[in-house]
Every structure is written in C-alpha cells, then in structure tokens.
Design a protein around this ligand. Sequence first.
Ligand SMILES: *Cc1c(COP(=O)(O)O)cnc(C)c1O
Length: 360
Amino acid sequence: MINVTKAYLPPLEEYNFYLQKIWESCWLTNEGPLAKELEGQLKAYLDVPNFLFTSNGTIALQIPLKAMELTGEIITTPFSYVATTTAILWESATPVFADIEENTFCIDPTKIEELITPNTCAILATHVYGYPCQVEAIQKIAQQYNLKVIYDGAHAFGVKYKNKSIYYYGDVSTLSFHATKLFHTVEGGGMICHDKSLNDKLQLYKTFGHYMDDYFTIGINGKNSEFHAAMGLCNLPRVPEFILQRKLLSELYQKNLAGFKLQFPKLSEEVEYNYAYFPIILETEDCLLRLKNKLAENEINTRRYFYPSLNKLPYLKGEPCPVSESISSRVLCLPLYQELLPEEVNKISEIITHFLSTYR
Ligand SMILES: *Cc1c(COP(=O)(O)O)cnc(C)c1O
C-alpha cells in the first residue's frame, strides 16, 4: 500500500538522546528547555524575529483572532483545510469567502475589495500547498481599509518569496507541525508575529493569560510539550534534505505526466518552493473519481485535498465561489513523501497516463 503521505520518524537513538534529557530534568511541559531550544532553532531556520511554539496549528489560528479581537467579518479563502474556517467560527467571527485564483489556488486579491463592509476586520488567507498568496496586493488592500492580515501558513514551511521567508508577511502567520506536514512535531504548530507587543500578547494568550503570579488577560492552553519539541529538534536539521527529495520526486511526476490533460498550479519565478504536496487537476469530477478508484485498486491512496470548497460546508451558507468549487471537485493530491521511491512515482504515473489515454 502506498499512502498519500508518510510521517517521517528519525532514528530512535536520536529521539532517545532527548528522552534522556527529559528523564534527567523531569521537565515535561510548560515552556521547557527543549521547547525553548526548538523555538530558537526555528527562528534561525526561518529567519524571523519571533517564534511561538503551540500545541497545534488550529489553536495557532484561534489565538491571534482572539488576541486581536477580530469579531466581525473576516474575508477568507474557500480553498483550505476546514480548520481555517472553523477557527473563525469558533471565535464567533463571520467568514466571508472570496474566490481563489485559477493558477495559484490562493485567495484572489481582486475579489477581496468588493466584499469589504464596515464590519470587515481582517483577511485570513492560506498559502495553499505552499504556494504564496499575492502578499503585496493583499497588504495594499489591508492598509487601505485598515484590516489585519493573518496567513495560514500550515503548508508553507521553508517557502521563500523574493528571498525572504513567506512568514515575513501579514500581522501573524500560523504554522502546523502535524505528523502529515513537511516538518512535524507529531502534533504542534506555531505563530510568527513581527510586532513585539502583539507577539508578547500572543505568548500570554497561549499560556492562560498569566505569567507566574501576575494575571493579565484571559488565555488558553496553547503550549506544547518537551516530547513534541524533541521530535522537532530531531527533524528540523533534515528539512533541507526533505525538500530536495520531494523536489526530485515532484519533477519526476511532472516529467512523467507532461503532455496529458492535467492542470498544475503555476509558481512565480520569485518563489523558492518546498514541494509540500503534488496536486493534479483533472478535467472533470467524474474523471477524478474514476482515477482515484483505479489508483485505489492498485493499493495507491490519494487524497481529495481540499474538498469540499469551504463555502459549501453543510453548516454554513456561503456565497458561491465558482473557481474554488470547480477546483476542489477536480483536485487530487498524489503520494509524496521523503521515502517514496522513484520506481513508485513511475508506477503511479503509469497508471495515471494509461487511465487518461483510455478515459472517455
Ligand atoms: C493542517 C492544517 C491546519 C491545522 O493544523 P493542525 O495542526 O492539524 O491543527 C490548518 N490549516 C491548514 C491549511 C492545514 O493544512
């Protein structure tokens, strides 16, 4: 069975080295030394001034919404993981969906302005599959209308735009280090905020709103443990190698699948990509469903990611977003992970090309 993703596990001795330290200190959680060490290494790796390690990528979205008191309408993308939208709903704000671009699958900045009302307080957009949003256009709109910008950067670990980390943009960027992500800590996530005072506030919010005996505000438990930090410390030095391996596999898919009726997202020249996913867009949903079945018959798991378009969630009444609805009905993520073999990519590609050349 080939799965769509496979979590990386470091050599057990490496993890044991950190377990030894935890056993010695008996410091298991609560902003311990390994969590602090990981935060320091992430700051350096991503070249950002601040990094806050959280228990997952969903709480990392909820905390800034709460801390910036974003309770009105939030213009957001319908093409993301469901957590992007449910974080807004959970904080009792209202998601307003702006459709996405055909090429990048990210929010279309030209659709944002017409949705702004006096109640609009923020834009929450996702760097889908690690492809950067139109960050400059979004920044311009946000400045003009005095809106906050939060980027769900769960897919964008290691991505650079114009030689700078993509996490440089927005008031806050959020990350997920879930086991299925390019860089993982089993469960985990993070918040990146360049403004010192907002960063301090986010830190307070993720630790119950108090520091020692001083109680400043409401807060929540958004911190992460030493065991999760240890997994991150093992995995982080390997990220450049992960990206390189994924790049080679992605290029092999690309070469094998060239010339068939498939659409791929387009990357701007100014992007240094992380190869987090390998999505293909089929011509129709019928074609997608039949191909997915064909691959499953061959013990190859793929994922409809993202599906459904979030404006179509059964508990919402979102306005139509034709581009997002069309793409989400036709997109399939193919298996991609470090340990996937080139032979396996060739086998998957062959099944796809054979299917496409006989599909009626
Ligand atoms: C994974 C993911 C999340 C949620 O992160 P968790 O760590 O699983 O809570 C949010 N947004 C996007 C785009 C994701 O891919």
